[in-house]
Design a binder for this molecule. Structure first.
Ligand SMILES: [Zn+2]
Length: 109
């Protein structure tokens, strides 16, 4: 089993950086992967278009590691997949990637 070296915080800051560039090009993969350094970061929002609330999948196509943010606000102008669209018909195919989770708080807190 491989050891994940990048922290949750590093992934979140890469995610925030990408969000600042939105709407941008949906196929844009710029920004170095916090885990392997490849410029292969992909972002996909899924949710309810009316509310612009949904979840974000943010992952690296090179090492297949990433994060998943639920109940987030989808930035204005960002493309999003409707939750009503069957997965196989969505424009962005999200691979089965290894999810990173927020760091465990220290046991004594
Ligand atoms: Zn990577």
């Amino acid at each position: 089993m491989r050891v994940l070296t990048a922290s949750w915080a590093a992934w979140v800051s890469a995610f925030e950086l990408r969000c600042k560039q939105l709407p941008g090009d949906p196929d844009d993969t710029s920004g170095a992967c916090p885990d392997c350094g490849a410029e292969a970061l992909r972002l996909s929002f899924s949710g309810l278009e009316r509310d612009r609330v949904g979840y974000a999948s943010f992952w690296c196509d090179a090492c297949l590691v990433g994060i998943h943010l639920s109940r987030c606000l989808v930035p204005e102008g960002a493309s999003m997949e409707s939750l009503h669209t069957p997965v196989e018909e969505r424009s962005v195919r999200v691979p089965d990637y290894t999810l990173l989770w927020p760091d465990e708080p220290p046991a004594d807190e």
